[in-house]
Design a protein around this ligand. Structure first.
Ligand SMILES: [Zn+2]
Length: 462
C-alpha cells in the first residue's frame, strides 16, 4: 500500500475501494502516513551517529530572526569550537548551511566559519581557534547577508515544493533539499520528466505566492497535536526529533521545519527556476535562485544571449531563426565540400593516369601530390588500384600510400612491401595489406628518393 501511494501516487483510500470492489478487505493503519514518512527519512536518521555534548544553548534566531547582535557566555570550548549559552547563529541543518559571523571579547574579534548542533548545544567553529575560554562574556554578530540569502532560498523552497504539488499532483513528495547563498535545489518524487510547460507553470505559481505577500507563520507544538492538526504532510522535509516540533506555514504549505525563513513571502523577491535534472529513478531535481540571486541568474542568462547575439551579429530575438539558418547553410556547405572533394579526386586521377608508366607489363603511377593529407592519398591510390594500376603516392608532409590492382596482385606485388622501403627512405616506417598500405617519415626532403626506391620495389616483385 505504501508503495502504491508513494511510487504510483495512488491514495490508500482509493486502493482500499478498488480492493473491496474485488471482494478483498483491506485494513488501513491509522498511522499510514507516518509510515510513509518514515520510509523517506530512514537514510537521514542513519547518519546521526556523532557523540552528543551535554548542556544547552538557547536558540535566539527563532524568536528574533532579524536580529544581528547578541551577548552570551562561553560554556565550553571543544576542539577549538566554542559552546555558548545562547546564540543567534543558525547551525547547519535541514539542508540549510550554517550561519557565519563573529564572536568578540574585549580585545579580539574571532571569525565564525561553521556552526554545528550537537545534542542541545551549538558549536561555533572559529577560523583561528584559541583566545576564548569558559566563562568569557562575548558579543556575537551574524553575517546577515548570508543569513538572509539562506532564508530567502529556504522559504522559496517551501513555495516551489507547494507549487510543484499544485502543478504536478498530490503525489509530489520532497526527497531532499539543499540551500546556499546563490542557489537552492529541491528533489521531488515524480515518475516522469518535468516538461518545460510544467516547469514554467511551477515558476509562475511560486512567484504568485510571493506577490500575494503571505505571512510565514511558525509555532512550536506538541508532536501529537501537530500531527492531529496537519497530518503526515508535516514531514515532507523529514521527521524532526523531540516531543515539540516547529510547524512552519507558508501559505498552504505546512511543514515541520527547523530552518530560518523570511516572515513574509514578499521578502523572498523573485524566484527563478534554472534547470531540472533526473537525479535517480523517480526523483526530479529542480534548481532555482531566489531574491538577489534570482536577478543575478537572470542577468547571467542575458549575458549569454548577448554573447551569442554578438557572435551571430543579430538581436537576441532573431537568434533562433538565425542559428537555424546558419546550421542549415553549414549542412549544405558540408555536402558541397564533399561533392567538390569527389570532383577533385577524379580530376587528380585523370592527371595521375595521364602520367602512368608501364613497368614489367603493369600500369604504374608514382607521383608527388603536393600537401595532400592521408585521406586524399588513400582515396586517389584506391581509385587507381580499382582501375588496375600499381600506385605509390607521396605528399610533401611525409605521408606515403601504396595500392596494388588485381594484375599487380597476381604478379605478387605487395603494397606493404613497397611502403616499407619507401618509408624507410624518409626515416620512418609503415605497412599494410598487399592491396593497400600507408606509412611515412620525417625526412620530407627525401621524398623523391623514397618514391624511387618504392618504384624499384614494384619491379623487384615480392
Ligand atoms: Zn523551512
Amino acid at each position: 500500500m505504501i508503495s502504491l501511494y508513494d511510487t504510483h501516487g495512488i491514495p490508500p483510500e482509493i486502493a482500499r475501494e478498488s480492493a473491496e470492489e474485488l471482494g478483498a478487505s483491506v485494513e488501513l493503519p491509522d498511522n499510514f502516513y507516518s509510515l510513509v514518512a518514515k520510509t523517506h527519512i530512514k537514510a537521514e536518521a542513519e547518519e546521526t551517529t556523532k557523540p552528543v555534548l551535554p548542556g544547552k544553548t538557547e536558540l535566539l534566531f527563532y524568536e528574533h530572526p532579524f536580529e544581528q547582535v547578541f551577548e552570551a557566555e562561553v560554556l565550553d570550548v571543544v576542539d577549538g569550537s566554542v559552546v555558548l549559552d545562547r546564540t543567534l547563529l543558525y547551525p547547519e541543518g535541514g539542508g540549510q548551511p550554517a550561519d557565519h559571523g563573529t564572536l568578540e571579547n574585549a580585545t579580539q574579534v574571532f571569525q565564525v566559519v561553521d556552526v554545528q548542533k550537537s545534542g542541545d548545544v551549538v558549536l561555533h567553529k572559529l577560523a583561528k581557534p584559541g583566545g576564548l575560554q569558559k566563562g568569557d562574556h562575548i558579543k556575537g554578530c551574524v553575517d546577515m547577508r548570508r543569513r538572509m540569502a539562506h532564508a530567502r532560498h529556504h522559504t522559496a523552497t517551501h513555495l516551489v515544493h507547494d507549487s510543484a504539488k499544485r502543478v504536478l499532483g498530490k503525489h509530489i513528495w520532497q526527497a531532499g533539499a539543499q540551500k546556499s547563498e546563490d542557489r537552492a535545489r529541491l528533489d521531488i518524487s515524480h515518475f516522469k520528466r518535468i516538461t518545460e510547460e510544467e516547469l514554467k507553470a511551477i515558476e509562475l505559481e511560486a512567484n504568485r505566492r510571493v506577490m500575494e505577500t503571505v505571512p510565514v507563520k511558525t509555532q512550536f507544538l506538541p508532536r501529537t497535536e501537530a500531527e492531529k492538526l496537519f497530518g503526515f504532510e508535516l514531514y515532507q522535509g523529514g521527521v524532526p526529533p523531540g516531543k515539540q516540533i516547529r510547524v512552519v506555514r507558508v501559505g498552504t504549505d505546512i511543514e515541520a521545519c527547523a530552518g530560518t525563513h523570511v516572515t513574509n513571502t514578499g521578502m523572498i523577491g523573485a524566484i527563478k527556476i534554472l534547470r531540472t535534472e533526473r537525479v535517480q529513478d523517480g526523483v526530479e531535481r529542480i534548481e532555482f535562485a531566489a531574491g538577489e540571486a534570482a536577478v543575478l541568474a537572470s542577468q547571467e542568462r542575458d549575458d549569454l544571449l548577448g554573447e551569442a547575439s554578438g557572435v551571430l551579429r543579430v538581436p537576441a530575438e532573431q537568434l533562433p531563426k538565425t542559428a537555424e539558418r546558419f546550421f542549415e547553410e553549414w549542412k549544405g556547405q558540408q555536402k558541397e565540400i564533399e561533392r567538390l572533394k569527389e570532383e577533385l579526386a577524379k580530376a587528380r586521377l585523370r592527371t595521375l593516369t595521364a602520367e602512368a608508366q608501364e613497368v614489367d607489363g603493369l600500369k604504374v603511377v608514382v607521383q608527388k601530390m603536393g600537401q595532400a593529407d592521408i585521406d586524399e592519398l588513400l582515396k586517389a591510390a584506391s581509385l587507381l588500384a580499382e582501375q588496375d594500376y600499381v600506385a605509390l603516392l607521396g605528399s610533401e608532409t611525409g605521408k606515403l600510400v601504396a595500392a596494388v590492382g588485381r594484375s599487380g596482385l597476381a604478379k605478387g606485388v605487395k603494397a606493404g612491401a613497397i611502403i616499407k622501403v619507401a618509408a624507410k627512405a624518409l626515416g620512418g616506417g609503415g605497412g599494410g595489406k598487399p592491396d593497400l598500405a600507408q606509412g611515412g617519415g620525417p625526412d620530407v626532403a627525401k621524398l623523391d628518393e623514397a618514391l624511387k626506391v618504392g618504384m624499384e620495389k614494384m619491379r623487384a616483385g615480392p
